[in-house]
Design a binder for this molecule. Sequence first.
Ligand SMILES: Cc1cc2nc3c(=O)[nH]c(=O)nc-3n(C[C@H](O)[C@H](O)[C@H](O)COP(=O)(O)O)c2cc1C
Length: 225
Amino acid sequence: MDETAQRVRAERFAALTRPLYRGKMILTKEGGDGRLKTLILNGSPRKNGDTAAMIAHLQAQLRGETKIIRAYDGKIAPCTDCRACKIKKGCVISDGMQAVYAYLEECDHVVIASPIYFSELSGALLSVASRLQTYFSARFFRKEEPALSRKKGAVLLAGGGTGDPVRAYTTASELLHYMNVQEIYPLICSHNTDRIPACKDEAVLKQIGRAAAFFNDAGEAASDL
Ligand SMILES: Cc1cc2nc3c(=O)[nH]c(=O)nc-3n(C[C@H](O)[C@H](O)[C@H](O)COP(=O)(O)O)c2cc1C
């Protein structure tokens, strides 16, 4: 890689490590059992792979409860563009996504975790994510604000080391936006897994610890980090 390409890559990485949304966001828990709730979308087919290791490390440090959706479980079908949600709230496909919609109405945090495939999120995760179209339809076709609580979010990526994670992160950020995530923690990416597995990537493990603190402290904003 020549010097200019290296500089451009370094600048893009630096941009990724800054929070996407700034400003204070105070989460207050009203109703329910008052426990923080985190939805984690896991785009890896490997049950004990790099993405799973990062998720486990985060989960171990998170307050409250977590719900993990594995895109490769096959319980969630892709959107078929039937267009029913242009007219009516929700989604007509009756499958595992219905529980995700319900959880999204009340959870505090959303984490997108995925291996990088061809510089993108994994295809299975994108397939699950296509079901978020109903929120797009709410805003742009039905002119309604989706009934989603305001959330904090984070993106965990694992990559063997080729290319860069910009495209995957951009896609993940857009998806978080659909789920009403107002603040996104700076990108966490173990991007050398061909040589160092994520579970031994000390820098990434530390970042995950800080992300857990960001989630656990309902008053802390990414701009304070
Ligand atoms: C189909 C496929 C495409 C991949 N594309 C990329 C890529 O574009 N960039 C990269 O850094 N790694 C790429 N990888 C490597 C994986 O992202 C890497 O091995 C990752 O750590 C796997 O995570 P997991 O164990 O959580 O599934 C690819 C792997 C596969 C199977």
